[in-house]
Design a protein. Structure first.
Length: 447
């Protein structure tokens, strides 16, 4: 058994959920769907505070009432030839029809299926929404997560900027951090960080941390052979519940195949979203899947094909934008350029009335505040050949000074699915910090 022998179980432990008691979960068999091939495993974490003491809630920073619903879902697909694995995160606010037999079908957030019918209905609802048959089911929680990370010697998280989230209690600086179970839990639960808060960014951070933890375990020899790997698996299973059809032998069989995979043969993705704030009376803000792209995703898994490189799932934009142009306020001293950028979706103020009588030589110059590099890259993509200049103390506007050189304005495409959830291989998710940034290491960096 090699590097990824316990990847499936490890994914289960790296999800926020509730402390799990001894009651067994039996996930029933759902419809086989479109004749899916390979092995599909549903991994969930349940948001419930039942069984967690007040002191534990304070220590873990998980106060408040739990919803007794799934906080995270990951669908793991192992190909029939056991040469590829695909991990697809299903956002908890996905708006779907439940598989509870009501007519007409009751609809709500996918995380509510567990509250209505536990693990069996969660499985059946995922099967109904995806058309895939779920072969195995795993469930875990807050305390189990913390204990597992500690038992494994900690995890690695990486960021090129400070990350702070009051809801989860996360507060770390830029760099590479060796974190204990408590801080890692805060990291994977954080939703209100970065310029793009919400579940998609959180899911990508979870995927990245899983990948880096597996690499560290390999380097430490925790998965170097049958004895060490079996010991690690047993440690993980102390905090994970399985359905009655999933035993240690199943995990070993799956893990044995995963262990032979190279990083480029392991894929991570999030279900493509069309509407990010679909309001439903009595339900609240939901996420609506992109019908064509999500259907292509499930079709690829059902047909046992790779999901990376499939343009039906993730179209390739000619000029992708890292951030949303509508959130970038720009002042432009040329009327024609200002109009073109406005047509391209930027929030533009035309300052051509105060432009110099004689334009300076060269291309446009973009001046912006330090720390707005992502937005600067989006604006620069729309102005090919321009020169971005970070200016300490610069205001919230981006100032574009047009020079004597002719200017071309290109249409840019912003797609949150590309930024936060596009199908990628594990080798592209490795922990990496911008060159020159410090890389502090701490056993626990939680506050």
């Amino acid at each position: 058994m090699r590097r990824l022998t316990v990847a499936l179980t490890l994914l289960a432990t790296l999800i926020p959920g509730s402390y799990l008691g001894s009651q067994a979960v039996s996930a029933g068999h759902g419809p086989a769907g479109g004749g899916s091939r390979g092995t599909n495993i549903l991994v969930v974490g349940v948001d419930s505070r039942t069984g967690i003491s007040a002191a534990e809630k304070r220590r873990l920073h998980v106060g408040g009432e739990g919803c007794n619903c799934t906080d995270v879902m990951m669908l793991v697909h192992l190909s029939a030839d056991e040469r590829r694995a695909s991990v697809v995160s299903i956002p908890r606010d996905s708006y779907v029809a439940y598989a509870d037999g009501t007519v007409p079908a009751r609809k709500g957030k996918i995380n509510g299926a567990y509250k209505i019918g536990g693990g069996p209905l969660a499985v059946a609802t995922v099967e109904k929404a995806t058309g895939l048959h779920i072969d195995h089911y795993l469930e875990t929680g807050f305390v189990g997560f913390e204990q597992t990370i500690n038992n494994l010697g900690g995890a690695t998280v990486c960021t090129d900027r400070p990350v702070k989230d009051e809801n989860s209690g996360l507060d770390i600086g830029p760099g590479r951090h060796h974190t204990d179970g408590n801080t890692t839990l805060r990291y994977v639960r954080a939703r209100h960080v970065d310029l793009r808060p919400g579940d998609l960014g959180r899911v990508r951070r979870q995927q990245r941390m899983v990948n880096d933890l597996l690499e560290r375990l390999t380097a430490d020899g925790a998965l170097s052979g049958p004895v060490s790997t079996a010991r690690t698996v047993r440690t993980l299973l102390k905090s994970v519940r399985t359905d009655e059809r999933t035993g240690l032998d199943d995990l070993v069989r799956i893990g044995w195949a995963l262990g032979r995979l190279r990083a480029e043969r392991t894929e991570f993705a999030t279900v493509p979203i069309r509407l990010f704030d679909h309001r439903v009376p009595g339900v609240g803000s939901t996420l609506v899947w992109d019908e064509a792209r999500s259907a292509a995703l499930w079709d690829a898994l059902g047909a046992d094909r790779p999901i990376t490189g499939d343009t039906r799932i993730q179209p390739v934009a000619e000029t992708p934008a890292l951030t949303n142009p509508a959130a970038i306020a720009v002042r432009v001293d040329d009327a024609a350029v200002a109009a073109a950028l406005r047509a391209n979706g930027f929030a533009v103020t035309d300052t051509s009335a105060s432009a110099p009588a004689v334009r300076p030589a060269g291309p446009p110059v973009i001046r912006y505040a330090v720390g707005r590099e992502d937005d600067a890259a989006t604006l620069a993509a729309a102005l090919p050949g321009s020169r971005p200049q970070p200016v300490p103390g610069h205001g919230s506007f981006f100032d574009v000074s047009v020079g004597a050189q002719p200017v071309t304005v290109k249409a840019v495409t912003y797609d949150r699915n590309i930024v936060d959830g596009a199908p990628v291989t594990a080798d592209s998710l490795r922990c990496a910090v911008t060159e020159g940034r410090p890389e502090p290491v701490a056993a626990s960096v939680g506050r």
